[in-house]
Design a protein around this ligand. Structure first.
Ligand code: F6R
Length: 617
């Protein structure tokens, strides 16, 4: 997804911008670029210079090092682009220019850009790119009225015409001492320095220059100068608090691991522990952790509505089983992109829960905004980013303490989401008859979780060996029953995302209703088999696969004593209780997808066509 960095300083800002872009690489992008207000060759004036490249930031770094005089200035803006309008190309990469003086970077999508374009064409503007962003640059230029209107006023006038989402950062060679920024639907944060200031779409980008940040609110416009920051909201000047954010540099460093994904898989025991710390005592759950108002709100809850996307929605599907079986509450789970456009009939006394790693996923945010107009008791965000829009816009929130997740394929965020959802199920279950003894039993299991996950990571070598059998395959099936069906879905999503092998998940009982026709010796079938009441039924489903010559890989609880035989490879998973099984059995599936991708040689941390944070629809 796109990333923005901007800087104004007394020193050269080139390296600050490049380092910022590198730090945003984890978000996924296809091109990158910079613009500076640089001295002209005779040093008597200034001019806008841009450098743009398609591909990784390293290509931009090489291009910059070849023309340092051009890529130089004390004020500059930079961008990584993830194509939405027009293919990845140098022309479509940001910054975009209007005339010789205005340069702009933009995150988000302008929905009425075609109408604006037509209008600007009539006014004599020509367009060099396929982007919606170029329209904004020209509109600002038009609103400057040949210099009669200041850049700030022109931006204020311009954003009133924009429909859609934007985080903008603009420079103007005729006002070379300021960055003007605006936010609506796409995050922007101002980094506060001493005699220098910065802006970025994510504070992570500025970790090398400051730990003090001002988070812009929806609709804010700001003028950033070396010594001052001024913010306006709905035409009025406003003050926004400065927050100190300690950067966990270890998260953005692969350390001894070859990929972020593997590092993040291995971090799971620790981050699950971090997630439970302070939220769970020895024998009970501390429900205040959901916020001071949460207990009173939870008292009113008679059902749960979950909305999320991708992996986070799989966490919701697992939780549905917990809400039903532990809390005895009905629970509905919807995909955010679907929910937001339906005529939703909100059930009375319902808690609306969003789940998101980033907290900036456009569909999940839109679903939350829609839900807030409906009759829910409260909105709860389960999220990994404390400062995200989702957290800020929800009534209450509970953070997963996964730390920064950089691998595009979500791993530790998912298992920490599950830990929180299990805690939530217990909290709600208290109100529906869960006894303190039953709660203590569940909490005892939760305390065992980090240790069991650690043990499960020990399957790495075995999984690495079987992964080789997938590398020449084009399709695969993942099976699970009951609460393990969403686990199978998550396993299939991981495999397709990073190895590009088509992977489909089915509830094992559905096999004979169609998908069994796909099974032959070329179709690997992966199954998750914890020790629960459905085991007998699952085994019967797996026999149907064996009978058709299917190649089975079964992750089975070691206590079952499932034996490998011809066409059936059993990988024993450390013994765990039924309630923990969805979390524990996720781990070997993550490792499987990782090692299959390694065997195939794909780009594990940056799979093709995908972005880490999907901030556009
Ligand atoms: C898959 C993956 C995505 C995200 C989805 C939602 O590995 O990472 O499916 O889960 O884009 O993102 P968040 O959780 O940030 O809302």
């Amino acid at each position: 997804m796109c990333g923005i960095v901007g800087a104004i300083a007394e020193r050269e800002v080139r390296e600050i911008l490049l380092e910022g872009l590198k730090r945003l690489e984890y978000r996924g992008y296809d091109s990158a670029g910079l613009a500076f207000i640089s001295p002209t060759p005779n040093a008597l004036a200034t001019q806008i210079n841009t450098i743009k490249t398609v591909g990784k930031v390293n290509k931009l770094v090489s291009a910059v090092s070849k023309s340092k005089a051009k890529a130089s200035g004390r004020i500059g803006i930079a961008h990584t682009r993830w194509a939405t309008h027009g293919k990845p190309s140098v022309a479509n990469a940001h910054p975009h220019l209007s005339g010789a003086d205005i340069a702009l970077v933009h995150n988000g999508i302008i929905e009425n850009y075609e109408a604006l374009r037509a209008e600007l064409r009539k006014a004599g503007y020509t367009f060099d790119t396929d982007t919606d962003t170029e329209t904004i640059a020209h509109l600002i230029h038009a609103n400057r009225a040949g210099g009669k209107v200041s850049l700030l006023s022109a931006v204020k006038k311009t954003v009133k015409r924009l429909e859609g989402a934007y985080g903008l950062c603009v420079i103007d060679n005729t006002e070379p001492d300021k960055l003007v920024v605006a936010r609506s639907g796409s995050p922007l944060v101002i980094g506060v320095g001493i005699g220098e200031n910065f802006v970025a779409s994510d504070p992570l980008a500025l970790g090398q220059v400051t730990d003090r940040f001002i988070y812009l609110e929806e609709g804010d416009i700001a003028q950033i100068q070396r010594e001052s920051i001024a913010i306006w909201h709905k035409g009025k000047k406003v003050n926004r608090p400065t927050t100190t954010v300690k950067h966990q540099t270890a998260d953005s460093d692969k350390g001894r691991y070859e990929h972020f994904m593997l590092k993040e898989i291995y971090e799971q025991p620790r981050v699950i522990q971090d997630t439970l710390d302070g939220r769970v005592s020895k024998s009970s759950v501390l429900e205040q952790a959901f916020g001071i108002n949460a207990p009173a709100l939870f008292d009113k809850i008679k059902s749960v509505q979950i909305v999320a996307c991708g992996t986070s929605s799989h966490a919701g599907l697992v939780a549905k089983y917990w809400f039903e079986s532990i809390a005895k509450l009905p629970c509905q789970v919807d995909i955010a992109s679907d929910y937001r456009y339906r005529d939703i009939i909100a059930q009375p006394d319902t808690l609306f829960v969003t789940i998101s790693q980033s907290g900036e996923t456009a569909d999940t945010l839109a679903a939350l905004r829609y839900a807030k107009k409906l009759d829910y008791v409260a909105t709860l965000a389960i999220c990994n980013v404390a400062t995200s829009s989702l957290v800020r816009e929800s009534d209450i929130s509970m953070l997963t303490m996964a730390g920064q997740e950089i691998g595009v394929a979500s791993t530790k965020a998912f298992t920490t989401q599950l830990a929180i959802l299990l805690v939530l199920a217990i909290v709600l279950a208290r109100r529906t008859g869960l006894t303190t003894a039953q709660e203590a039993k569940l909490v005892k299991e939760l305390h065992k979780l980090p240790g069991i996950v650690e043990k499960t990571l020990g399957l790495r070598k075995q999984i690495k060996t079987i992964a080789k059998q997938f590398s020449d395959k084009h399709h695969s099936l993942f099976l699970g029953r009951g609460i393990q069906y969403p686990v199978a879905k998550e396993g299939a999503l991981k495999l397709k995302e990073i190895s590009y092998i088509h992977a489909e998940a089915y509830p094992a009982g559905e096999l004979k209703h169609g998908p069994l026709a796909l099974v032959d010796s070329k179709m690997p079938v992966v199954a998750v088999a914890p020790n629960n009441d459905l085991l007998g039924k699952l085994k019967a489903n797996l026999s149907e696969v064996s009978a058709r010559g299917g190649k089975l890989f079964v992750f089975a609880d070691e206590s079952i004593g499932y034996q490998s035989e011809k066409g059936l490879k059993v990988i024993n998973v450390p013994r765990c209780s039924e309630v923990l099984a969805p979390i524990v059995f996720t781990v070997p599936l993550q490792l499987l997808s990782y090692y299959v991708a390694i065997t195939k040689g794909t780009d594990v941390d940056h799979p093709r066509n995908l972005a880490k944070s999907v901030t556009v629809e």
